[in-house]
Ligand binder design. Structure first.
Ligand SMILES: Cc1cc2nc3c(=O)[nH]c(=O)nc-3n(C[C@H](O)[C@H](O)[C@H](O)COP(=O)(O)OP(=O)(O)OC[C@H]3O[C@@H](n4cnc5c(N)ncnc54)[C@H](O)[C@@H]3O)c2cc1C
Length: 332
């Protein structure tokens, strides 16, 4: 038997609204906690939080620890990790789950170091092993070719979960939970990091991660100019434009539009891959899509192995007709 009990999720909140990623973390925590018959604690940082707290309960939390303080409005790794460490120590959970986001990925190792516990990042699945009374995180390795199941050595774990790895739970407003406010008193001498500037990511239209349809182009698109055809298609489908590494490296689309192992992870309803070969590094970022549609002139391209629909041919010949047909259907 471990001395630790319960599953904790952590996230920060910017506008008194639970993010879809936090709802997914709660779904994962609920699944694990039910497996051990334990509780889900949700730790939220932000300022002016109110309805978010009830939302966290409705989506699966038993206790919501809320640190509502102007100090937490902007991300500071020292302030966040010190506050988080203090709250986690009060509740001694067997596992703390953060999102595999820029903030989550930055705090998770700091927290694991402070707690002296095991860390597994970028999990795509987290399971319970009842026989060993332990948690088994699953993390893709070799560019997503293999999923490795880890057997943690210690009995407390910090994990980060990739977005869109789990379906959120249905909102249940009848769920009851406790809201526990936490004070943030930090000795200024402990804050060694000063955040000098925050640069907001420029996005045209819908964000890649939230888009229901993503139209991505690869080296086969050939130029920045040609991407206008993909933008047109994305516009008709209310989608976003992404790219493979060659497309972003060549500056055909912004670096923030890169899909893959070293880019964004997307899981839209439809992912249209045009002139993309389907390397394991690219697939790591889109394999969770509900439907992959590929246009490629090489019938042996790897992308066809994971596509629901595929068209073999030159995209310059196929795309205009495809776009026109969709425009007509959209107008009906
Ligand atoms: C550590 C590491 C991390 C990486 N991270 C990423 C990542 O995050 N994202 C990523 O995308 N890559 C990543 N890569 C690069 C990856 O290995 C591939 O090189 C890259 O994904 C290939 O991009 P592509 O499919 O656009 O190009 P290619 O592999 O060159 O494929 C181009 C495709 O276009 C087709 N084509 C050409 N002309 C046409 C035409 N006229 N009509 C239709 N089809 C056409 C070709 O048949 C071909 O299949 C990473 C690599 C490493 C080593």
């Amino acid at each position: 038997m471990t001395a630790f009990s319960g599953i904790t999720v952590f996230d920060s909140v910017s506008e008194d609204k639970l993010m879809s990623g936090t709802i997914e973390l709660l779904a994962c925590a609920r699944k694990l906690a039910d497996g051990f018959n334990e509780k889900v604690n949700c730790i939220l940082f932000g300022e002016g939080l109110n309805k978010t707290l009830k939302e966290a309960v409705a989506f699966g939390a038993d206790n919501v620890f809320v640190a509502d303080d102007p100090l937490l409005k902007k991300y500071n790794p020292d302030v966040y990790s010190i506050t988080l460490d203090r709250i986690v120590r009060q509740t001694a959970p067997r596992c703390i789950i953060l999102g595999q986001t820029s903030t989550g990925a930055d705090i998770a190792p700091r927290l694991a170091f402070k707690l002296g516990c095991d860390l597994v990042t970028d999990c795509v699945e987290i399971n319970v092993n009842k026989e060993t009374d332990s948690i088994i995180p699953i993390h893709p390795i070799y560019g997503g070719k293999i999923h490795a199941a880890f057997s943690p050595l210690g009995s407390q774990l910090v994990l980060t979960l990739r977005q869109k790895s789990i379906e959120p739970l249905e909102r249940d407003d009848s769920r009851k939970g406790e809201i526990i406010p936490v004070k943030v008193n930090i000795d200024p001498a402990l804050i060694r990091i000063k955040v000098v500037k925050k640069i907001k990511e420029e996005t045209e239209g819908i964000r890649l991660e939230n888009a229901p349809v993503v139209v991505s182009g690869g080296r086969g698109i050939g130029s920045k100019e040609n991407f206008k055809h993909l933008k047109e298609l994305a516009g008709i489908l209310n989608g976003a434009v992404g790219g493979s590494r060659p497309a972003t490296d060549n500056g055909w689309v912004p670096a923030t539009s890169k899909v893959g192992l070293t880019g964004k992870i997307v899981a839209p309803n439809v992912y249209i891959a045009i002139g993309i070969s389907g390397s394991s590094q690219h697939l790591a970022g889109c394999i969770g899509s509900k439907n992959i549609v590929a246009i490629n002139n090489d019938p042996a391209a790897n992308i066809f192995r994971v596509s629901r629909y595929g068209v073999v041919g030159d995209w310059e010949e196929i795309l205009p007709g495809f776009t026109e047909k969709l425009r007509e259907l959209n107008a009906l």
